[in-house]
Design a protein. Sequence first.
Length: 215
Amino acid sequence: MNIVALISGRGSNLHAIIKGIEEGKINAKISLVISNKKDAKGLDIAKSYGIEALFLNPKDYKDRKEYDKKLAEVISQKNPDLIVLAGYMRILSPEFIDAFEGKIVNIHPSLIPAFQGLHAQKQAIEFGSKFSGCTVHFVTKDLDNGPIIIQAVVPVLPEDTEETLSQRILKFEHKIYPQAIKWIADGRVSIKGRKVIVKDAKYGTIPVNPALEDF
Ligand code: GAR
């Protein structure tokens, strides 16, 4: 499976996915990593593994539609099977999503549909939630709300700060994202309307549902 990844920053999820590929667990290749931020650490991580890494500057384009048109052009040249959003903090245009619908996945640091958008972990703390978590989902025009592949749940503690809760969630992000991508690469994932089924996965487990197999 040929992957193009979009990032905006640290790239720890990208790194977890690269490691899953390097360890032979995910049968895939990342042909290109694109960032909308010049100083994204994830670009350096990609380069250190010999992966082509590109900064595409939003300031060079008149608006989101034009930027995403270029983004779609660059991505199409690689003819990817899957576009992986790994901390890509920019809303994608409807035209972009239409062009690749069913082929874009994202990770979001909450149990969607709760706490969509920015600072999901802070939103969970401020709301007084006792559990939060993370979700890998297909991307639709409905922001942070597409069909769910896998979720992990973590407790929210009274003394939590945005940082401590983010760290607790991130540990699971680094497991559920490579796992979901492995399942897609292995052809086990199908979408029917809002519902995603992973063939032969074990459903009904806590804290991760469906259960992790490889990470
Ligand atoms: C992750 O926590 C990811 O879930 C979140 O940004 C962080 C990126 O970290 N994404 C979103 O909030 C998307 N709405 P990383 O660059 O180290 O992978």
